[in-house]
Design a protein around this ligand. Structure first.
Ligand code: ADP
Ligand code: MG
Length: 391
């Protein structure tokens, strides 16, 4: 029974973290981790809960040393996929390979994964150093490193997470961000084949989150640890990951580098999920996209005639003279720390448009109430069925 291994061996009187929030430990030797050269292959993974397809035909390759973010709204299947990789859940369909090894039927403890969850799962009654050592100490004695080797490993990890003097503290004496760094060190102590992080910064405040994700990115560059990071926060995914996997209702919607995902969203769904978007419903006819009541048109080469929608980011709209581009009316100006939001109304359209100006010295801000032209500099057009697009 694999889950037995999640429960600390001593002392038994203290309340223990529940299995789903604990660190996953394993009993493989510390020295023969096949980490380097190992990739993770997911082939056609499917997992249902009653009528819900939590995962539907998910196929993905993760290269050794890669940091991949699973990004999607709540309920899109991120946690389920992570638990399938960990061996906490058995998929009904598909295969999972760790390198060349078929891991589909391998138990949790045989997979050698490290896991960090959103909610602090440190053992309260253990010091920081004891927490980090936990996965190594709880191995069967034949596979357990020597006491001095464990102490050395703990020192290295405390230095890595930049808490060299905190080994003797208890979790309650740490900040939220420090606790998550310790949880990370505990997951890394076992030298995992893959590190799985499920919204690890989700419970922290915004500023600490940003600091920690930058710190984690640097740490990853140092360690080259193959990592799967789950988040519903697009900024976090884009800033942190080598590649982003966008999930929607248990299916992969797009896989790409952060640049690809942001600049070339494969669907209207990804476009809207990944950043702020202006949405303009119109029509394609004869290879041109047009909007009712507007003279401005965009090329839509190769797209079939019919209903279509143009998507443009606020910073990809530019102000033009009133007789050029889209005719728009300035309804409000929003001054933010680093940008100026120009709120616009287009004749006959209920949905407002947003145009961003960089809040730089000397930038010309249109007056509220004035009429201006708006030129979409970069945009994508998706047909109503999502099958075709143009940019
Ligand atoms: P995410 O982590 O992206 O928020 P999850 O993987 O937790 O999504 O859930 C995916 C889908 O599976 C959701 O519809 C969720 O309600 C459902 N689900 C997850 N776990 C269970 C469960 N133990 N029992 C029933 N349905 C579940
Ligand atoms: Mg989740």
């Amino acid at each position: 029974m694999a889950l037995v291994n999640l429960i600390p061996l001593e002392p038994r009187s203290e309340p223990q973290p529940d299995a789903s929030h604990g660190a996953i430990v394993h009993d493989a030797p510390m020295t023969d981790s096949p980490k380097h050269g190992v990739a993770l292959h997911l082939q056609g993974i499917g997992k249902r809960y009653a009528s819900v397809a939590a995962l539907d035909d998910v196929s993905l390759d993760i290269a050794s040393g890669e940091l991949v973010a699973l990004l999607g709204p709540s309920g899109s299947g991120k946690t389920t996929l992570l638990r399938v990789i960990a061996g906490l859940l058995q998929p009904e369909a598909g295969r999972l390979l760790f390198g060349d090894v078929d891991a589909t039927r391998l138990r949790l403890r045989e997979r050698n994964v490290g896991f960090v969850f959103q909610h602090y799962a440190l053992f309260k009654h253990m010091t920081v150093a004891e927490n980090i050592a936990f996965g190594l100490r709880s191995r069967p004695w034949r596979k357990r490193p020597k006491r001095a080797a464990i102490a050395q490993r703990v020192r290295e990890l405390l230095a890595l997470i930049q808490l060299p003097e905190h080994g003797e503290r208890y979790p309650e004496q740490l900040s939220g961000g420090q606790k998550q760094r310790v949880a990370l060190a505990r997951a890394l102590a076992i030298d995992p084949t893959v590190l799985l992080l499920d919204e690890p910064f989700g419970a922290l405040d915004a500023k600490v989150r940003v600091e920690l994700r930058r710190w984690l990115r640097k740490l990853h560059e140092q360690t080259g640890q193959t990592t799967v990071f789950v988040t519903h926060d697009q900024d976090e995914a884009l800033e942190l990951a080598d590649r982003v996997v966008v999930l929607r209702d248990g299916r992969i919607e797009q896989v790409g580098t952060p640049e690809e995902i942001y600049a070339s969203p494969a669907s209207a769904y990804v476009f809207e999920f990944i950043g702020r978007a202006n949405v303009l419903e119109g029509r394609v006819g004869g290879g041109r996209f047009s909007l009712e009541g507007q003279a401005w048109q965009a090329p839509a080469d190769g797209m079939a005639d019919g209903a279509a929608t143009l998507y443009a980011r606020p910073h990809d709209l530019a102000i033009a003279p009133a007789d050029e581009g889209l005719r728009a009316h300035v309804t409000a100006i929003h001054r933010l720390a680093d940008r100026i939001g120009v709120e616009l109304a287009l004749p006959g359209r209920a949905r407002a448009l947003e145009l961003d100006l960089v809040a730089a010295p000397g930038v010309e801000v249109p007056a509220p109430g004035s009429d201006i032209g708006v030129r979409p500099l970069r945009f994508r057009i998706f047909s109503a069925d999502g099958a075709q697009d143009a940019r």
